[in-house]
Design a protein around this ligand. Structure first.
Ligand code: UN1
Length: 495
């Protein structure tokens, strides 16, 4: 069992509070994965102080030099991929194939950053006046607070860390308390790759202390947050008052639509992966399945038999399909939604309770659960559950399927299965989601494309791709007048 420390100014330090917390394996609660410092405001202030100091030098380092460090990080991550994946499965529970994928997403994001440092940024435009040129450039903002969730313990921190640092900012990251080890390993990797001290700092602790501390600190220029809509709203409120930049990536209630002409086998593979991958604990999880009436009964039968065949267990076993939930309280919250679904009159097709057979008796396992005959306005069709619970809704036709799809306050991703080219294009236009998949499940984002949602899923920013760099940079508009005389815009041009 490893003793992790905060990473402040390039050093691994205990908290000045003297307090710690432990993290246990959700597949086996007897196993302690690590001990972590439970930091206080003093630790946070130290971290912000060193990050502020490091910013002065780091922002001046040429972009390609910064991107070389990102490439070194990628190289170390590649060498340590299996080890990182194993730690992640032990701390978070998802199956090893998925934690390898999560780590790969971090590697891809690092490699993308290493290329981005040599290309994109700014553009030149003509002036209305003679002997004058105009251009834009991008500059960093200062010290950022990065607050990350537990469901993608490496991928999501890297979505924030790489564009934030490559852009010349420095940062404090507060990882989720359920998955602190992965970010601890990343800190070591950044140090091994030669990142200058103080550029990236890790401060462990809870949201009410460290999260709030970051949010309210005068030297923090922006917050990038992925997590629940409730906390996102609170962050948005404070950032609004203090005029901090703020990027929010929040909940989802994603739907997969299967039209009557679709390849049903393909749609079945898609929904199994979308709904039960990561044990449903993704903001991109498929939590609503909208079936066109003629295939409704047949598809539910197909889905039930495949769902019942999914193997639950410790995610370190290669043949396990579904790992545990991350914690006891998540399991309770998911079960309470299942109770709500029952009371609302939805028809339980399979699952519906904790799973405690054999080796699963010491973990937070929950049976993959399907409700059919779900009304589009039932709570299980409206609220984010964040677990392996799928609500199946019947639609009369394409139009009704699309209005059910959009009948939610969230708008992250959607999947439409059809072989009709016209309907596919129409669906892309109608869907109120930031990401639309055609004949592919609601999950599967790639690091070089924008990621984010419409409506209550966020505040309009997009992580991933070059759009992530817009979050972490300020545009500077530059006019260079080489005429040697005063030229008045709009006045001299009117002649
Ligand atoms: C999330 O759902 O919380 O879309 C992030 C995917 C992942 C990222 C998901 N690459 O599959």
């Amino acid at each position: 069992m490893k003793q992790y420390k905060n990473f402040i100014g390039g050093e691994f330090l205990d908290s000045k509070s003297g307090r710690t917390f432990e993290n246990r394996n959700p597949a086996n609660w007897d196993e302690v994965v690590g001990i972590f410092p439970k930091s206080n405001i003093e630790d946070l202030n130290d971290a912000i102080g060193v990050a502020k100091k490091a910013y002065e030098e780091w922002r001046r380092m040429p972009w390609p030099m910064r991107s070389d460090i990102m490439r070194k990080v990628a190289e170390i991550m590649i060498a340590r991929k299996e080890d990182l994946a194993q730690i992640m499965t032990r701390e978070m529970g998802k199956v090893i194939k998925e934690t390898r994928g999560d780590t790969q997403e971090g590697i891809d994001t690092a490699l993308y950053a290493s290329v981005e440092g040599r290309k994109y940024f700014g553009y030149t435009l003509p002036s209305e006046l003679r002997n004058k040129s105009c251009m834009t450039r991008r500059d960093p903002l200062g010290v950022w607070g990065l607050i990350t969730p537990w469901n993608f313990p490496i991928a999501i921190p890297t979505w924030k860390i790489f564009p934030c640092l490559l852009s010349g900012n420095t940062a404090i990251i507060k990882p989720a308390t359920y998955t602190p080890a992965s970010v601890g390993e990343l800190a070591q990797i950044f140090k091994d790759a030669g990142l200058p001290d103080g550029v990236l700092n890790v401060v462990y602790g809870g949201g009410s202390e460290i999260g709030e501390g970051l949010l309210n600190h005068k030297d923090i220029v922006g917050i990038s947050f992925t997590g629940s809509s409730d906390i996102g709203q609170r962050i948005g409120e404070v950032c609004g008052k203090t005029l901090k930049r703020c990027s929010l990536e929040l909940g989802g209630k994603n739907g997969q639509v299967v039209l009557k002409d679709a390849n049903l086998e393909l749609a079945l593979e898609g929904v199994l992966w979308g709904a039960f991958g990561t044990t449903g604990q993704r903001c991109t999880a498929t939590s609503r399945l909208i079936l066109e009436a003629p295939i409704y009964d047949k598809f539910i039968d197909m889905l039930k038999s495949r769902t019942d065949a999914l193997k639950l267990g410790d995610g370190l076993n290669e043949d396990v399909d579904v790992g545990p939930l991350v914690s006891e309280s998540q399991r309770e919250s998911i079960h309470s939604y299942v109770e709500i679904g029952r009371k609302e009159g939805a028809r339980l097709i399979t699952g519906g309770g904790p799973y405690e057979e054999g080796e699963c008796s010491k973990g937070w396992f929950y049976k993959p659960t399907i409700f059919a005959d779900v009304g589009p306005n039932m709570r299980i069709a409206q609220e984010e559950i964040f677990g392996p619970v799928l609500s199946v809704i019947k639609a009369r036709d394409f139009q009704e399927a699309m209005s059910i799809l959009n009948n939610t306050v969230y708008g992250l991703s959607s999947a439409i299965y059809t072989n009709d080219l016209n309907l596919a294009h129409k669906a892309i236009e109608i869907a109120e989601t930031g990401i639309v998949y055609i004949n592919a499940p609601t999950i599967g984002a790639e690091c070089h494309l924008p990621f984010g949602g419409m409506k209550n899923t966020g505040n309009g920013h997009r992580e991933g791709g070059w759009t992530a760099y817009e979050i972490f940079t300020e545009i500077k508009t530059v006019y260079i007048d080489y005429s040697g005389c005063l030229q008045k815009a709009q006045i001299d041009t009117a002649k």
